[in-house]
Design a protein around this ligand. Structure first.
Ligand code: ADP
Length: 616
């Protein structure tokens, strides 16, 4: 094969540029990334060879070897793992495969400083080699093949491909260091970096010293198998970063050795940055599963429920068979036991942050609170442990920060108040200024303000907390506590507005189920509320958006007898104008709760007509 030249996918170029900017103060990470890829390559071959033992024809001892050449200014990293075919080299080193990463890159702001911070959220990888190299050569031969390929690039726009004389299975990466980074072509330096970031790698890492002597430099006994007392904080943090390809420090972690029916070790970390793919269907990172210290696979589904997908870490089992497959994991008693044990440990980490470190918990909640909420829906068995961890915005505060617990709320309830009131809107801002909560607010009754997509599901699954039912402020008739209602006055109003209510009802009969005088309105003339037991307007819209056919449930229109508009309607002689007013009462109520009008143009026309009639 002659040498051919190829262009990188646009996103790869973008990624490399960002990488160089974001890592300038932390350059040594390139070695951690390349060693980690080499170790993954060995794991992959071990795994494939379970099905196809011929792949190990050249031997089953895996190793990663490092060497430095001061004079030439080069560092090489060689592994005897799975290797790459020519097509794979083109695919893996020339394109960004994950569509999530691609979208993410496309969404970058162009502000290099900001973007550089963001890159830490999805790990760095192979391209970090260009942070210290002016040219990178990759020689690779796929296990089971006899042909090797050489990939070479200066990291600008192109790479070349040619035949390689690399005569072993696996991959060799040669870094031609930049003038300013020649310091890395030093065995002592490489040893130091490996000790710091890659000591736990199970494959032996060898280093050729200046004298030509080769020695193994990592401690292949897995860090997590050592007793907790022998591991210091920095080691945990380094392990987190190297295992998760992360640049942040973990907020908290928990390391456990479980003995009993099944034996396993688990180590879980809570990150301090939000992974960019947190809301995608599939996540890039998962929990690493080891079996008797041998890495087997990275699991994204079986070992932890989805609502804990932000957790990083590992499980090392003594009971699972080494040739375990993803299918076996799906229905396995051992896995089930590990999963429920792991959930408890992780909830334990979160509970302890909540109890012992308020600032840290705020940080945690702001990063992952909305995901943790999914647990109330997904994990009925642990609902009662998750509920006290929830934080809400509330009318008790003059901002929309999520700081109020359900217990705080109950602690402030008046003895006559039965339910915990909440209101869900498209946004917290919308909910907080909704007419639905005017009356409650005026009476000093607290309302929890919710605005996440998950919130309707959350409240419908939570239903109650410590015996107090949760109740939407946009649903059913509202009881503001019996001591606050003046029954005499109410009767008088009912009598006074009987005719008006009946007229409005007959005019709007195709849109609303009922019209009544409101207990909950103070400033607004009207609002729509769902019937007792029916989904709120907001939930109905969500279900419709999700493609669920909804029976059309007509709401109840509540009107505020103290509002000047209603007072005026009471004396309006012009029948047509009265009709326009009635329609406006309904339409503005729909708009105020974030709904859409079926005929916005008619609404606009009506508004203009009414304005003109007033000014005449
Ligand atoms: P990541 O490892 O996060 O997938 P990288 O950019 O580090 O991203 O690597 C891209 C891909 O290139 C890897 O997923 C792997 O398939 C391949 N690769 C990288 N290094 C090696 C290696 N030493 N041996 C075999 N394949 C490798």
């Amino acid at each position: 094969m002659t040498t051919t030249t190829h262009a990188f996918q646009a996103e790869v170029k973008q990624l490399m540029k960002l990488m160089i900017h974001s890592l300038y103060s932390n350059k040594e990470i390139f070695l951690r990334e390349l060693v980690s890829n080499a170790s993954d390559a060995c794991d992959k071959l071990r795994f494939e060879a379970l099905q196809n033992p011929d792949l190990l024809a050249e031997g089953s001892d895996f190793s990663i070897s490092l060497s430095a050449d001061k004079e030439a200014g080069t560092v090489t990293i060689t592994d005897n793992g799975i290797g790459m075919s020519k097509d794979e080299v083109v695919q893996f080193l020339g394109t960004v495969a994950s569509s999530g990463t691609r979208e993410y890159l496309n969404a970058m702001t162009g502000d290099q400083k900001k973007d550089a911070q963001l890159i830490g959220q999805f790990g760095v990888g192979f391209y970090s080699a260009f942070v210290v190299s002016e040219r990178v050569e990759v020689d690779s031969r796929r296990a089971g093949s006899t042909e090797a390929v050489r990939w070479s690039s200066e990291g600008t726009g192109e790479y070349t491909l040619e035949d390689s004389d690399f005569d072993q299975r696996g991959t060799r990466i040669t870094l031609h260091l930049r003038e300013d980074d020649k310091e890395f072509a030093d065995a002592m330096r490489l040893r130091y970096i490996v000790k710091r970031y890659s000591d736990h790698i199970a494959v032996p890492i060898t280093l050729a010293g200046e004298d030509g002597e080769v020695e193994t430099i990592n401690d292949t006994t897995a860090l997590w198998q050592r007793p907790k007392g022998e591991i210091d904080e920095q080691q945990y943090k380094d392990l987190y970063q190297s295992m998760s390809h992360a640049m942040d420090e973990p907020l908290a972690w928990s390391h456990n050795r479980v003995e009993g029916k099944y034996e396993y070790t688990s180590l879980f970390f809570i990150p301090s940055t939000r992974p960019f793919d947190l809301y995608e269907r599939e996540q890039r990172n998962g929990i690493k599963l080891f079996i008797q210290r041998v890495f087997v696979l990275e699991d994204k589904e079986q070992l932890l429920p989805r609502y804990l997908r932000f957790v990083r870490g590992l499980v090392d089992s003594a009971d699972l068979p080494l040739n375990v497959s993803r299918e076996i994991l799906q229905s396995n008693k051992v896995v089930d036991a590990i999963r429920s044990g792991s959930v408890k440990k992780i909830l334990g980490i979160i509970e302890s942050m909540n109890k012992n470190d308020a600032d840290k918990y705020v940080e945690f909640w702001n990063l992952f609170g909305a995901v943790l909420k999914e647990g109330v829906v997904e994990d009925a068995g642990n609902k009662d442990r998750i509920a006290p961890l929830l934080r809400f915005a509330s009318t008790h505060n003059d901002n929309l920060d999520e700081t109020v617990t359900l217990a705080d709320y109950i602690g402030r309830m008046k003895s006559s108040q039965e339910p915990i009131y909440y209101l869900v809107g498209d946004t917290k801002e919308g909910a907080a200024s909704s007419p639905h909560i005017e009356g409650l607010r005026a009476k000093g009754i607290e309302v929890l303000i919710l605005g996440d997509r998950i919130d309707e599901w959350l409240v419908s699954h939570l239903q109650e907390f410590e015996g107090k039912p949760l109740r939407s402020a946009a649903q059913g008739d509202i009881d503001l506590g019996d001591d606050t209602v003046d029954e005499e006055r109410q009767k008088q109003l009912d009598e006074q507005y009987k005719d008006l209510v009946a007229r409005v009802q007959s005019l709007l009969s195709d849109k609303v189920d009922d019209v009544r005088l409101s207990q909950r309105l103070v400033e607004s003339p009207s609002c729509v509320v769902a019937q007792e037991g029916a989904p709120s307007g907001y939930l109905q819209r969500m279900l419709e958006e999700a493609g669920q056919a909804m029976p059309s449930l007509k709401p109840v229109l509540e009107i505020n007898p103290t509002h000047p508009l209603i007072v005026r309607m009471g004396v309006e002689q012009d029948k047509d104008l009265f009709k326009q007013y009635a329609s406006l009462l309904y339409e503005q109520a729909i708009l105020a709760e974030g709904g859409q009008l079926t005929d916005p143009a008619a609404f606009v026309k009506r508004v203009n007509q009414v304005i003109l009639s007033v000014s005449n």
